[in-house]
Write a protein that binds this ligand. Structure first.
Ligand SMILES: Cc1ncc(C[n+]2csc(CCOP(=O)(O)OP(=O)(O)O)c2C)c(N)n1
Ligand SMILES: [Mg+2]
Length: 620
């Protein structure tokens, strides 16, 4: 096998270009592109290599995209992987120092949500001759530490490339993590600035085409038998559908399983859209932001089959949701860390293969008919309740749910709705009807303000045929809106609805619910000399988008229908009510209330809190 003399950065770019995957029968690049903001830490090394990759004679083209904030670039990359159901991904290169650490939050997003992204922060000189270089933080106690060590706890694999040949094993390990359904998450290769530019004779096999296929791990026989036995004894079985069902491309297997055995199901934020909305067995959202139907059935279930879910507090109602006497949990998950959580009977497997084999092991068995019929009744009752919250209204300050209703009424099956933080994910989880699988994209593992617009750009890049709707609050918008300009620049149209309730309304409501006075959340309750009157539409227009402010639901509906015809990103701004929320459905959430306070309201909230804790099952 021959060798090829390249710089480390050139070798990395070329190796990335050689990674392929098969989507719907077509072999396509595994990496959809590289996001880049250059600085001294990467412009000469990675910058030169990426520019070279644009010339097909240097191997496969790997497009480079420029944005305005490293965190946003990485959000776009993370969302791209999520919208691609982890079958395709992106890389992000930054300079050293602030460019690199700007990306740490997005690394955490990928880590929590189990999404693959290749992060390539520049790093200090391996040879250390010019130390300290611009932006080098300098540790007094450890010469091997740099700012990039911040990535360690939020990376599934971290490496610092201090010698050019070290890239060979590091890249192999990176690819194995990025493509493994169980380990999958962010990989950080910190690229020392001098080493990026250093040449080495790389083995030619590093650049050979490699086609990755998703690994579909079957279950262990004993675990399968035990899970089937538990289910056969169930009188009130219940399924929690998590994001793993979508990542495992197992939505059909999931629905078939529920239908064959008459088992009602509910979806987590990441799992929403896996089951058909109109399936009588799909009770919709579960947990803190769940429907009354799903939560009523979950509360009584005796066996809970949790498929592809991390069982986060929003799903389990902080472990106070499942109240069935001696209930059992089965964790069907490709990752043993999740499968065995909370004394669950582990069933470690790919969701699709696991469900198919569990279905066979349960052949002929059905849940008691009255339980299945009850689910259908609960679903119908909830639909009637929910409808009232989303119906058109002529309120001067509509609620989030009424805005959702307006977006929903003009939705088409091509649409994807994107959300992440504030009051909207809860309202959308309850109310949004996802008309296609993947039609609902919530980043609710890390619930990161500022993910929405950048993430939607990644969704649009992964799924150019989709109409991408972003719903976000004024707080999230102000935290990160810079990639509106990138969406215009790249001609990736987004329709963005900004719900302006003049502050961090959901946290204000939480503050009130825990006995606090309104303080430092809504603009009016924060220290100010002048109350700002922020013109979001003007801001969006300045970034190149179409934008308009609408008054009320009827105007919003008209503007949404006009937005369909626009050729570029459109921002619609609507004033909303900060206090109104869907009070039907939902569940208690464990937010610790102070034990001692001068405020009577806090003392009362504490009393409620202590009582609520009694329902929390510890360890199961
Ligand atoms: C980066 C980040 N900082 C802080 C929070 C905590 N937080 C969650 S929602 C929220 C307020 C969001 O305000 P807005 O986007 O206007 O939505 P609203 O609550 O008004 O619906 C805050 C501060 C967060 N999730 N992410
Ligand atoms: Mg707000």
């Amino acid at each position: 096998m021959g060798t090829i003399r390249l710089t480390m950065a050139q070798a990395l770019v070329r190796a990335m270009g050689a990674q392929k995957t098969v989507i719907e029968g077509r072999t396509v690049p595994l990496f959809g592109g590289v996001w880049a903001i250059f600085g001294h830490g990467n412009v000469a090394g990675m910058g030169e290599a990426l520019a070279g990759a644009r010339h097909p004679r240097h191997g496969d083209a790997l497009p480079t995209f420029r944005a305005h904030n490293e965190q946003a670039m990485a959000h776009a990359a993370v969302a791209y992987a999520k919208a691609s159901r982890r079958r395709r991904m992106m890389a992000v290169t930054t300079s050293i120092g602030p460019g690199a650490t700007n990306m740490v939050t997005a690394a955490a997003v990928a880590h929590v949500n189990r999404l693959p992204v290749l992060l390539l922060p520049g790093d200090v000189f391996s040879g250390r001759r010019p130390d300290p270089v611009l932006q080098q933080v300098e540790s007094f106690y450890d010469g091997t530490v740099s700012a990039n060590d911040c990535f360690r706890p939020v990376s599934r694999y971290f490496d610092r490339i201090t010698r050019p040949e070290q890239l060979i094993p590091a890249f192999a390990r990176a690819m194995s993590v990025l493509t493994d359904p169980a380990e999958c998450g962010p990989v950080t290769l910190a690229l020392c600035q001098d080493v990026q530019a250093e040449a080495c004779d790389y083995p030619a096999h590093l650049f050979e085409e490699r086609v990755w296929a998703p690994r579909r791990t079957p279950p262990d026989e004993t675990e399968l038998r035990e899970a089937a036995e538990i289910l056969r004894r169930a009188k009130r079985p219940f399924v929690v559908v998590g994001g793993g069902v979508l990542y495992g491309e197992a939505e059909r297997a999931m629905h078939t399983f529920c239908q064959a055995h008459g088992i009602p199901a509910a979806e987590t934020q990441a799992g929403k859209s896996a089951l058909p909305e109109n399936s009588p067995l799909n009770l919709g959202a579960i947990g803190v932001t769940g429907t009354a139907a799903a939560n009523a059935m979950a509360a009584e279930a005796d066996v809970i089959l949790a498929v592809g879910t991390r069982l986060a507090d929003f799903t389990t109602g902080s472990w106070a949701l499942f109240q069935g006497e001696d209930h059992r949990l089965i964790g069907l998950n490709v990752q043993p860390f999740d499968a065995g959580k909370h004394r669950g009977q582990p069933l470690v497997a790919d969701a699709g293969v696991g469900l198919a084999m569990l279905g066979r092991a349960l052949s002929g068995w059905k849940a008691p008919a009255d339980w299945t019929v009850r689910a259908e009744r609960e679903k119908r009752a909830w639909a009637g309740v929910a409808q009232r919250y989303t119906a058109a209204s002529n309120a001067e300050l509509p609620s989030d749910a009424q805005v959702i209703g307006a977006v929903q009424r003009q939705a088409t099956p091509r649409d994807v709705v994107v959300c992440a933080a504030g009051g909207l994910p809860g309202e959308l989880h309850k109310h949004w009807f996802a008309t296609q699988r993947g039609g609902y994209h919530a980043e609710y593992g890390y619930s990161t303000m500022g993910y929405e617009i950048a993430g939607a750009l990644g969704v649009k890049m992964a799924r150019p045929e989709a109409d991408v709707f972003v719903m976000l609050g004024d707080g999230s918008y102000l935290m990160m809106n810079s990639e509106i300009a990138t969406s215009v620049m790249l001609d990736r149209k987004l329709t963005i609805v900004v719900l302006d309730n003049r502050g961090f309304a959901c946290i204000n409501r939480l503050q009130r619910a825990t006995g606090g006075e309104s303080f430092n959340n809504l603009l009016q309750d924060a220290q100010h000399e002048t109350l700002p009157d922020i013109d979001f539409a003007a801001n969006a227009r300045s970034l190149g988008a179409h934008a308009e402010k609408v008054q009320g639901i009827a105007e919003l509906e008209q503007a949404l229908s006009r937005a369909r015809g626009h050729d570029r990103t459109t921002v619609l701004v609507i004033d909303t009510d900060p206090m109104t929320i869907t009070d039907a459905g939902g569940h208690w959430w464990d937010v610790a209330v102070p034990e001692v306070s001068e405020r009577e309201e806090v003392r009362n909230a504490r009393e409620h809190y202590v009582r609520a804790l009694e329902l929390q099952r510890i360890g199961d």
